[in-house]
Design a protein around this ligand. Structure first.
Ligand SMILES: [Zn+2]
Length: 319
């Protein structure tokens, strides 16, 4: 019988792929130390916990990624007791030169937000983008067994979408954007069963339901048509719409948000979910047939508030 333990290639790759338990190229303790001690990793686990408590992540729904700062990448290297190993490179569908060499902390494929704090070395991991921006590999975490008895072994199945969104948002934010978050908030999803799927209608309703939402989504929310979850088409359409919007709504599915910080990404989902819930309650109470409620903030009042807050409201969505 063949020995299944692998040895590293000259390039430092684990030839058996992503089975980190069998690959001596991984320093498992380094990742555990990173998760336990790094502020960004603790913030990551904290947001996952909070999101679970909000009820946005049934079963293994939703995923989160965070692009490490240079000093956080350096900190990971300091935790390593042997040279950085990694799994085999996996080609990306698209080239992302703007993310070359970047490290991402990512939730695992099949992981449950409910268990991330207890099993963080299994349910999260670190992924590196190759220097040419055309491939990725696992460099830490994703250890242990998933719910169906397989090693988690890899990042979320939506990783391609996360990469595409990170690339777009990093470019338009001059490097500030770091977090991409996908959740299944119930009120937002219910909203898509009530309203037409167009960005203008949905954005106006959110603004008019909760005045201070204009501080969080001044550019409004982008709305896509329904698409197959995890598909390349959804990834492409989302990253294109996120050139204009920090939050994109996937009808009958959920939200994809990007922000400069993990807290900012959580805040986007929280705000949009709350505004949706206010709208749905008011509409039900009125037994309303029209989309816009009979008593709500006028466009002039929205502009007045935007001026007072110093935010540039998307005028394409105003009358
Ligand atoms: Zn989803």
């Amino acid at each position: 019988m063949q020995d299944t333990r692998a040895t590293l290639t000259a390039e430092g790759e684990c030839p058996i792929g992503q089975e980190s338990d069998d690959c001596p190229g991984f320093d498992r303790f380094a990742f555990a130390r990173f998760i336990a001690n790094q502020e960004c990793a603790q913030a990551f686990v904290g947001v996952v916990d909070d999101a679970w408590l909000q009820g946005w992540h049934e079963s293994n729904g939703g995923n989160l990624s965070y692009r490490l700062r240079e000093e956080e990448r350096d900190a990971y290297h300091r935790y390593l007791e042997k040279p950085l190993g990694g799994s085999k490179w996996t080609d990306l569908d698209c080239s992302v030169p703007e993310l070359a060499g970047e490290y991402f902390l990512v939730t695992a494929a099949g992981s449950h937000f409910r268990t991330v704090r207890r099993k963080s070395s299994a349910t999260t991991g670190l992924v590196e983008i190759r220097g040419d921006g055309k491939a990725w590999r696992v460099i830490g975490g994703f250890e242990g067994q998933g719910v169906v008895g397989r090693s988690f072994g890899k990042p979320t199945s939506e990783f391609a979408a996360h990469v595409a969104v990170h690339a777009a948002r990093k470019r338009i934010s001059q490097g500030r954007s770091r977090a991409v978050y996908h959740a299944h908030p119930a009120q937002v999803i219910a909203l898509t069963a009530v309203l037409p799927q167009d960005s203008r209608t949905v954005s106006r309703i959110l603004w008019k339901s909760l005045t201070e939402s204009i501080l969080v989504i001044p550019e409004g929310v982008g709305v896509l048509p329904w698409m197959v979850p995890g598909s390349g088409g959804l990834a492409q359409a989302t990253s294109a719409l996120m050139e204009k919007h920090a939050a994109v709504l996937w009808p009958w599915h959920g939200l994809c948000c990007a922000a400069d910080s993990l807290e900012g990404a959580f805040g986007l989902v929280h705000t949009i979910e709350k505004a949706s819930s206010i709208y749905l309650r008011a509409r039900a109470a009125h037994k309303q047939q029209e989309d816009e409620l009979p008593h709500s903030i006028s466009d002039a009042q929205l502009l007045e508030a935007a001026q007072a807050f110093g935010v540039a409201l998307n005028k394409d969505f105003l009358a």
